[in-house]
Design a protein around this ligand. Sequence first.
Ligand SMILES: CC(C)[C@H](C(=O)O)[C@@H](O)C(=O)O
Ligand code: SF4
Length: 468
Amino acid sequence: MSTTLYDKIFQAHIVDEIGDDALLYIDRHLIHEVTSPQAFDGLVQKGRKVRRPDLTFATMDHSISTRSLAIDACGPANKLQLQTLADNCAANGIELFPVGHQKQGIVHVMGPELGLIKPGMTVVCGDSHTATHGAFGALAFGIGTSQVEHVFATQTLKQSKAKCMKVEVTGARPLGVTAKDIILAIIGKIGHAGATGCVIEYCGDTIEGLSMEERMTVCNMSIEAGAKAGLIAPDQKTFEYLEGREYAPKGADWDAAVAYWKTLKSDADANFDVVVELAAKDIAPQVTWGTNPGQVIGVNQPIPAPENFSDPIDRDSAVKALKYMDLKAGQKLSDLTVNHVFIGSCTNGRIEDMRAAAEIAKQGKVASHVTAIVVPGSVTVKAQAEAEQLDKVFLEAGFEWRLPGCSMCLGMNDDILGQGDRCASTSNRNFEGRQGRGARTHLVSPAMAAAAALAGHFADTRDFVGND
Ligand SMILES: CC(C)[C@H](C(=O)O)[C@@H](O)C(=O)O
Ligand code: SF4
């Protein structure tokens, strides 16, 4: 029988059947300070230990400052959370990359760059953007705290089979259209709940043409369409990315691994429950106007009117979103003044994102009313960017250059926006209050964010292309 990539990985990890569900073996468990403390507590109460500390890796990312390496920089509550992670990792023999460590970074940036994620793996983390790792052809999904405890104790997880959605993007990508624009356009098309109950497999020549970092940006936001996970079949680019990374297989193990990885693709006649098709030529640089990532338009489109939506739920949500975002139907994005720009996060905090933003940043100065911060996703990204002198480009243009962490992606640290602030952000969620109470988030690509910083309002990156 012909099967999908999702089916293949799922089947290969079944340890036991429990009614209609399966008990899956988990190959990699990533943890951070926010969702692990209760899980560790649960173990202690039941007198258990972490079964496979060697398959588990921890980092500090959400609750840390990007201005200081001190773990108390964001106050006593954050310090306690970070110290608890350090204590729990030490007690269970889990490798931790704390603040200041060479390998520290946002969990979804640090994992892939160390080679911890391999095609065909099952990967979990108590974090919804775990889907990022699907870029390697791994079945990667976020789990809740009680599931974190279950994985700690057993290295397995009970799972039901999801539906499979194929999202095929074809054709040459227009100049100035990035991976972020592709995924925002996909979510715009299917809606923020459009892939609920599904694992998405992204395919088509446009997806194949993406670099590994771009694929991570696409898979990262699968959850923003409601999907359980996002997958891209591994190929030569995947193998080249992994070869030589610290935790990637070596020697004969490498050869055997690649031979297996080459089998990891959906059969040509595999059946998908849902198929969605997009032509890359129809995608423009995207900007979200609302309070969910599906409320998105091309940079040159007007803010939509609620009457444009035929579904009454979408219409109501547009009314609410326009009110929160302080926008009027028909307004042009280029007329919207932004006073904050955030470049970073697990969606767009990688070296290629830094390069794309710097490419625009070097063409001008941050507008005087804008505060713009650039936050590399990991210590490795920061070091690479500095080796390329991108930090100098940003500082010269008036951006701040910060330490790695989740930062302004969500209000869990000291990078918080105020009431009424309007931010062009390269993160993945524009929910009400996400970046601070009453703050307004517009999701964009790194190039679009840098362009907004210079212009002081949204601007079309295609006007900057080739201007150096
Ligand atoms: C704090 C964490 C549980 C959360 C998540 O699950 O995604 C965070 O990373 C987010 O992006 O909102
Ligand atoms: S960068 Fe943002 S989305 Fe990613 S893990 Fe951190 S808080 Fe979550």
